[in-house]
Design a protein around this ligand. Structure first.
Ligand SMILES: Cc1cc2nc3c(=O)[nH]c(=O)nc-3n(C[C@H](O)[C@H](O)[C@H](O)COP(=O)(O)OP(=O)(O)OC[C@H]3O[C@@H](n4cnc5c(N)ncnc54)[C@H](O)[C@@H]3O)c2cc1C
Length: 406
């Protein structure tokens, strides 16, 4: 059994997870408190192998989120900071702006509500009629749209690597945390799958798709479970059909933005992601099934509540997942020129969505504290955009905890 002994620490802060949130946290701590020793344990052979390396690469403006929420505050601030960070370190990025396009009459009130929300969040938006949509995107059709100028794209993997370098933290790859011994009066000791033991004063849990499990390893009950939702993508074989970023009006019942068209920093255009249940937390295709993880999802009452509440929407998403024709029909609402041959399968991502026992999809970022531990329990989109402010907030809590521990 791994045990904590007083005074014998390998580091001050141990971060579990080498995605963009874990490494932003390490970076924030060493910036705010030079001299603090931070160790990051990441189970993969390199950084950003899961959500951070499998997303749309969009620097979100913050237009969608409830004013005053962490998502709104951190996305608006984080987008500006992300652009600055990329510029400072020479990481590929571009502030392209984006269109949100209504294709059905019933979406018009929701589009208008987004204009209001954008203004409340301090984001300048321009309202467009059908003819003006063509000025930005000649091949896109819609009844009305808004243009958001502060949205951009960047290389989040490059950002994460730079955060790792600039943090000065010791980063151990291939180090999967399998056990935690936490003594409130002493600190934490973790055991990795390869048998290493690392002792620290405070643990930070940024384990993404496994954050609820890591929280439980410490002895804290997170009161949420991660329900993995896969997002599947196609690549557009004729990228010249899309100049920038084109989004539908999102369904407010879901924290997902709907299938969008995204020209990335490499010039390719991605179409997606949809949202289908994944059969494993890192289940990037229907063929990946992990019975233990699936059983855990099925045993959580919230999963059934989601299925009951959202079966109709879910059935549509499943249909579009297995039928390219159905996916194409959805894409054609925005981009009528798209043809079946234009859609080429691309790698998928899986979102770590926290779900309460009653089936509520946790909407805002969720950071909880236990004794000697800070847990990031919900950091879905736009957490890559917002990672610098999230890291600072987690870092602030950690430093307070260290000060209190003496
Ligand atoms: C399909 C998709 C599209 C998205 N699009 C965008 C977008 O355009 N813009 C945006 O801002 N956000 C987007 N997001 C959200 C964004 O990618 C995430 O919010 C962000 O990457 C979360 O970072 P993270 O560090 O919390 O998680 P992760 O990147 O998943 O990192 C967690 C890390 O913890 C490690 N880990 C887990 N368990 C252990 C363990 N026991 N021991 C050691 N290591 C462990 C994992 O290997 C992993 O590397 C998208 C997400 C998805 C899935």
């Amino acid at each position: 059994m791994v045990q904590v002994r007083a005074g014998a620490y390998d580091c001050d802060v141990l971060v579990v997870g080498g995605g963009i949130v874990g490494l932003s946290t390490a970076y924030a701590i060493t910036r705010a408190a030079p001299g603090k020793r931070v160790t990051v344990l990441e189970k993969e052979p390199g950084p950003a192998r899961h959500q951070t390396g499998r997303n749309s690469g969009v620097i979100h403006s913050g237009i969608y989120y409830r004013p005053g929420s962490l998502k709104a505050r951190y996305a608006v601030r984080g987008a500006a900071e992300m652009v600055k960070f990329c510029a400072e370190y020479g990481i590929a990025h571009a502030v392209t702006g984006k269109l949100i396009v209504a294709t059905e009459r019933e979406e018009l009130p929701r589009l208008h509500a987004l204009v209001q929300r954008g203004r409340e969040n301090g984001i300048p938006v321009r309202e467009l009629g059908p003819a003006q949509i063509g000025e930005y995107e000649p091949e896109v059709r819609g009844l009305a749209a808004i243009h958001v100028g502060t949205t951009g794209v960047c290389d989040f993997v490059g950002v994460t690597r730079q955060l790792a370098r600039a943090s000065g933290a010791e980063i151990r790859y291939g180090a999967r945390v399998v056990r935690v011994d936490r003594r409130p009066e002493r600190g934490v000791a973790v055991l990795t799958a390869s048998g290493d033991v690392v002792r620290a004063r405070v643990l930070v849990n940024c384990a993404g798709l496994y954050c609820d499990e890591v929280a439980r390893l410490t002895g804290d009950e997170p009161e949420v479970r991660i329900v993995p939702f896969r997002g599947e993508y196609y690549e557009l074989a004729r990228p010249e059909l899309v100049r920038g970023l084109v989004y539908p009006v999102p369904d407010p019942a879901f924290p997902f933005l709907g299938v969008h068209l995204t020209r990335g920093i490499d010039g390719g255009v991605h179409i997606g992601p949809n949202a289908v249940p994944a059969l494993a937390r890192e289940g990037y295709g229907w063929g990946v099934v992990r019975p233990r993880e699936l059983a855990g999802t099925v045993a959580w009452p919230g999963s059934w509540a989601i299925a009951r509440r959202h079966w109709r929407y879910g059935a549509g998403e499943l249909h579009r997942s297995v039928s390219k024709g159905a996916f194409l029909r959805a894409v054609r609402r925005l981009l009528p020129a798209a043809e079946a041959g234009d859609l080429v399968r691309a790698p998928a991502g899986v979102r770590a969505q926290a779900v309460l026992r009653d089936g509520t999809l946790v909407d805002d970022f969720l950071i909880r504290e236990g004794a000697r531990a800070v847990h990031v329990l919900n950091a879905p989109s736009p957490a890559a955009t917002a990672s610098l402010p999230i890291g600072r907030e987690v870092g602030r809590r950690v430093l307070e905890m260290l000060a209190a521990a003496g």
